[in-house]
Ligand binder design. Structure first.
Ligand code: GDP
Ligand code: MG
Length: 614
């Protein structure tokens, strides 16, 4: 190839093939199907022979399953005179080849690496060849279809091969090149059947018929019927080629000579001569045809590829965010990341306890509100007790006078009686106070746990550990608060009020009840009446104290101290953990999913850049 036409060609064709090759080299075929030509055929149909004639490189051949991994054959047409270049890539290996003679051995050893001695693998081996004889073409060679396993081949090898082939030919982006031997009944060809299954209209299937030199005399017209699309019609039709036969191999006929012999064969054959003229026979026409088919196909696929890349990028980004896109993979960075997550969580607890709420909180989360309501309810309860006290106090004073009368003369009521009654009354308030504390503490625990699940979503071990820390701290702080409340109630047992305050309150109370014309105490004897007024006065003073003290204790311990303590506990959780990795263990296969999403996104964005610059 030379001259103007070649320059045009270089501009128009090579870039498309290079683009798809680069996308495949990125691994983009893991994310979306790329346009390609897949070569399939029954065993011994001549697949390897076709490929080596196209590439002019001897590929592994022999009996049995020779191709055991998908082999990507990237053929590049080099300018006349440039030296032959070859490279094999698989997994992380890159092997540079010095001559075509090395290809066979290197592919065999690559296959053994990937698929062992007898198995097959779906991992791709990529062989790139640049030579002045090669066409511009990328093909994927797949293992031949076998019917029964032989020797030490695994029993399911046939099914595995079929699955592997299907995974390629199923895709709309694949042109299926079916290699069929002329000397078998084409209707029974397994490869053609498989192609028909995935491409019933034959829109992307091209038949390549081999071994025309081996057909029986007189059957040429049958063969022509096939090629003329009269037997099993395919929209892309059939082409006829002749490869090196067993004899040529024995005679060590070179590939270049074999190509010349092929042209000779068709030219001399009266039946097939017209096929050559109509470009339906020979390797020369097959390779041009394939290149053209591939280019048309790539052009058709490009807009879809671009669209799919866009869609996949946005879908993957969303999904990655959902499963913690910001979570780094290495443990050091993760500890750092988790520490900041824990701090943010603690900050939220503190804000919550202070009544600084986030917009998205529902009422269930509003702790400070909850505490306020509880305090108010409790105050109301004290008022109810106060009203009850009026009646009970009278009864008690009467009761006391009747049954506990000691040596005192009538008309004397002991201060101790007053003390005993008021002490009992006030102590009764301790139970509801502790109950309120328990309710508040339970609520706080629930809310903090809910938030832990939100903040440490996907890290079940950490969530559990946090729950434990919260429960432990709650218990500890509850105990401390309870002690303070109990102590306060014990002190209340002393019955104390500053004299001036008591006198003032007593006066106020007497004035108030006279003003209202107290009908409860009105008809009592003055002794009982005075006792009741004292009880009520003192009760009011004590209640005023408790109403301030109990909520303050609870607010201090359960809201402020508790959150501070939890913060301290959690701040140390990562540093004191024996096994940080276990602590940061994630639910299910989240981490693996993230890794795969990240690498997919990486491939897709690189591909997008490649396409933008194209
Ligand atoms: P594969 O199993 O499909 O890869 O088939 P091969 O390429 O190994 O070919 C099987 C046998 O058929 C080999 O001995 C080839 O030399 C022979 N063969 C392939 N194509 C032709 C052809 O066009 N003419 C003749 N005479 N023999 C061929
Ligand atoms: Mg083969």
């Amino acid at each position: 190839m030379a001259g103007l036409w070649y320059i045009e060609y270089e501009k128009k064709i090579r870039p498309y093939i290079d683009l798809i090759d680069s996308l495949r080299a990125l691994g983009l075929d893991k994310d979306l199907p790329l346009p390609t030509i897949a070569v399939i055929g029954d065993q011994s149909s001549g697949k390897s022979s076709v490929l080596e004639m196209l590439s002019e490189v001897a590929l592994p051949r022999g009996t049995g399953i020779v191709t055991r991994c998908p082999l990507e054959l990237k053929l590049k047409n080099g300018v006349q005179g440039t030296p032959w270049k070859g490279q094999i890539r698989y997994r992380d290996s890159v092997i540079t080849l010095k001559s075509p003679d090395e290809v066979e051995e290197e592919i065999k050893s690559a296959q053994e690496d990937l698929a062992g001695r007898t198995g097959i693998s779906s991992e791709l081996i990529s062989l790139q060849v640049e030579s002045s004889c090669a066409p511009d073409l990328t093909l994927i060679d797949l293992p031949g279809i076998i019917r029964v396993p032989i020797g030490d081949q695994p029993q399911d090898i046939g099914a595995k091969i079929k699955d592997l082939i299907k995974s390629y030919i199923r895709k709309e982006e694949t042109i299926i090149l079916v290699v069929i031997s002329c000397n078998v009944d084409i209707a029974t060809t397994e490869a053609l059947k498989m192609a028909q299954e995935v491409d019933p209209k034959g829109e992307r299937t091209l038949g390549v018929l081999t071994k025309p030199d081996l057909i029986d005399c007189g059957t040429e017209s049958d063969l022509l019927k096939i090629i003329n699309n009269q037997i099993i019609p395919l929209q892309k039709g059939y082409m006829l080629i002749k490869c090196r036969g067993q004899q040529d191999l024995f005679a060590k006929t070179s590939l270049a000579n074999a190509l010349e012999q092929e042209t000779e064969f068709f030219r001399k054959n009266v039946h097939f001569r017209t096929l050559l003229d109509n470009k339906l026979a020979s390797f020369q026409h097959l390779s041009t045809r394939l290149t053209n088919e591939l280019i048309v196909h790539i052009r058709k696929c490009l807009p879809v590829i671009q669209e799919t890349i866009r869609n996949n990028i946005s879908a993957n980004t969303k999904q990655l965010e959902k499963i913690g896109g910001a979570i780094p993979e290495d443990i050091q960075t993760r500890v750092h990341d988790m520490t900041s997550k824990i701090l943010i969580y603690c900050e939220e607890l503190i804000n919550l306890a202070m009544g600084d709420y986030k917009k998205e909180y529902n009422n269930e989360m509003k702790l400070y509100h909850f505490a306020r309501e509880k305090f108010a309810e409790w105050c109301k309860q004290l008022d109810v007790v106060k009203i009850k006290l009026n009646e009970e106090a009278i009864n008690m004073v009467k009761h006391h006078k009747k049954y506990s009368k000691g040596r005192e003369l009538p008309g004397f009521t002991k201060y101790t009686v007053f003390e005993a009654i008021i002490r009992d009354q006030i102590q009764e308030l301790m139970g509801p106070s502790l109950e309120m504390m328990k309710e508040l503490s339970d609520k706080i625990e629930t809310v903090f746990n809910t938030l832990a699940v939100q903040h440490f979503n996907g890290f079940p071990v950490l969530v559990n550990e946090t729950r434990c820390k919260i429960a432990e701290t709650c218990q500890k702080i509850e105990k401390e608060a309870e002690n303070v409340i109990r102590t306060n109630f014990k002190m209340e047992g002393m019955v104390y009020a500053p004299d001036a305050m008591y006198s003032y309150k007593l006066m106020e109370f007497q004035a108030h009840s006279q003003q209202k014309g107290n009908n409860l105490t009105g008809n009592l004897n003055p002794d009982v009446q005075s006792m009741v007024v004292h009880l009520q006065t003192y009760y009011q003073i004590a209640i005023d104290r408790l109403v301030q003290m109990v909520p303050m204790v609870l607010r201090y311990y359960l809201l402020q101290e508790l959150t501070n303590q939890i913060k301290l506990e959690l701040a140390q959780i990562l540093f004191h953990s024996k096994d940080v990795a276990a602590l940061l263990h994630e639910e299910g296969d989240m981490a693996a999913k993230r890794v795969s999403l990240r690498s997919s996104l990486d491939r897709l964005t690189k591909a997008r850049t490649l396409l933008m610059n194209f």
